[in-house]
Structures are given as C-alpha cells and as structure tokens.
Design a protein around this ligand. Structure first.
Ligand SMILES: C[S@@+](CC[C@H](N)C(=O)[O-])C[C@H]1O[C@@H](n2cnc3c(N)ncnc32)[C@H](O)[C@@H]1O
Length: 274
C-alpha cells in the first residue's frame, strides 16, 4: 500500500507494526457503501457464492491438508461424527475422510452448486459412503432441520464466518452449538484484521466497505476480518462454548501461478461445547 493512502496527520504507533496501524485507521475513516448496496450484497450472498462455484468449479481452494498439523489430529482417528459448515466443494472433508476410516462426515453449504460438487466427488460414493451433504444457510436456517440435535463430535468452521455479516454471527454460533454433543469440539480458522487481503481492500480508491472490517470482493462475495476480542465477545454472547485456544497466526501462503509468497494473518481457535 502506498504511504499516501495514510490519513493526514497520522503517525505510526511505536508498539504496533506500521501496517496494522494503517488498517485500523483506514477502516475507521472509510465511509461504508450506500445502504441499498449493503443490503443487496447481504441478501444475495448465497447467489454470489453459487456464481463463484459456477465460474471456478472445483479449482479454486486447495485441499486443507494442514488440518492435522494445526488442530493436533482432532479429526484423524477414532469413530468421530463431524460436520463441516460452509464446506465448499469438500477440500477439507475428503482428505479428512481418507485419513480416518472411522470418520463420518456431514457437510453443508448454502451454494447448491458447491453441494452438487461434493456429491459428484468419487469419495462421496453416491451417498452410500461415510459422507452426507446438504444445502443449508447456517445464518438463517436451523441445522437441526437437517441433522439430529447434539449429534456432532467435531464441527469445523473454516473461512466461513467471514462470509457472514457480523450482526448474524452470534445467532450462527448458537445454530452450530445446537447440533454439537456436550463436550464436542469446534475448530475455527478465518481471516484476521490486518491480513493482506484487508490491506488490499483498504488500498483501493473506493473502499468496498459494508461495515467495520466487512468488505465486498470484486465477485460480490463478502469478507469479514476478525479481531481476537471481537470473536471472544461473540462467543461469550452465544454462551454455549468454552475457549481452549485462540491465536493469531502469521502464515506464508505460496501463490504458485504468480510465483509469490504472501504473509497472511488468520485467527485460529478451538472451543469446547458446554
Ligand atoms: C471461503 S469458502 C471456504 C470453503 C471451505 N470451508 C474451505 O475452507 O475450503 C466459504 C464457503 O462458505 C459458504 N458459505 C458462506 N456463507 C454461508 C452460509 N450462511 N451458510 C452456509 N454456507 C455459507 C460459501 O458458499 C463458501 O463455500
């Protein structure tokens, strides 16, 4: 980002890196888009994700092989019943099913196309295997309409809550809790504030901001960037989980096509269902 994107009279804080200071200040100063556009992007989220999968098919996200490394093998052994919300085309589900032969996996997404791609994967075994996929908007539809209450040992929420506007986060978390067994595990990874992607939004001439830390991408899908304290507050308001770990991760991600290594900032956590 160029230094002239910095607001006038701002000086970098000594205790935080320069770019972190910039992100917070620029986000606070940027006016949001017009209310008409904000409500349109929010109400049409499922349509835009469905179009995303029409364009990209199964080729966009990489398989989530880092899951075992980052979540100390929570899914990799034993007769576990898991649910992946916002599963996309199954980049996390199928590698996990391959690793653990005793794993049973529910998958849901609000994009019909994404769910069709999951069902077309050979690992789905035509619905006769250990995976079941269904269409559900986790911010607006009760998960217990699709799967039994208190039936899930491990629920994974990987880069999904960021696609949901913040005013729906607490209700969404309550919805996730409704299908988890007492003592079940919630694993979470998502974008953190000051991530490279947020800095890119903030460097645009017209910042595509819907709300504080919530932006709209060029393809009309939304992206929220999480502060630790914000997520803790949402979890506390939800009232159904006990925090085990919550950490900010700086991760190098390789873009092979563009021959770039990028420093990304994610929040990662594990919670226990009460
Ligand atoms: C960034 S992708 C991540 C996909 C997958 N979890 C992964 O890590 O590869 C976000 C996914 O969440 C889904 N999604 C967003 N909002 C949702 C909602 N309210 N209910 C269900 N799925 C949602 C999108 O359709 C998309 O597949």
């Amino acid at each position: 980002m160029s230094s002239d994107a910095r607001p006038p009279n701002s000086t970098p804080a000594t205790e935080t890196p320069d770019h972190e200071q910039q992100a917070t200040e620029l986000d606070a100063l940027a006016p949001p888009l017009k209310p008409f556009w904000i409500s349109k992007y929010k109400s049409e989220a499922a349509k835009h994700w469905d179009l995303f999968y029409k364009r990209n098919t199964t080729n966009f996200f990489r398989d989530r092989h880092w899951l075992d490394r980052e979540f100390s093998s929570i899914l990799s052994s034993g007769p576990i019943v898991a649910l992946e919300v916002g599963c996309g085309v199954g980049n996390m589900a199928f590698p996990a099913l391959e690793r653990n032969p005793e794993l049973t996996m529910w998958c849901c997404d609000f994009s019909r196309r994404a769910v069709e791609f999951v069902k077309a994967n050979p690992g789905y075994e035509g619905g006769q295997g250990r995976c079941r996929a269904f269409v559900c908007d986790i911010a607006r539809e009760a998960l217990v309409e699709h799967i039994p209450p208190q039936s899930i040992d491990v629920l994974s929420c990987i880069f999904v809550l960021s696609a949901i506007p913040p005013e729906l986060h607490v209700e969404t978390l309550k919805n996730l809790a409704s299908v988890m067994k007492p003592n079940g595990t919630l694993i979470f990874r998502d974008y953190a504030t000051n991530d490279l992607a947020q800095l890119r939004f903030l460097s645009q001439k017209e910042i595509p901001k819907l709300d504080s830390n919530l932006y709209v991408r060029g393809d009309s899908t939304m992206s929220y960037f999480f502060e630790e304290e914000y997520l803790r507050g949402a979890m506390k308001e939800c009232g159904e989980f006990v925090e085990e770990v919550l950490e900010r991760k700086g991760i190098e991600v390789e873009n092979r096509k563009r021959e770039l290594v990028m420093e990304r900032s994610f929040l990662q956590g594990v919670w226990r269902r009460k």
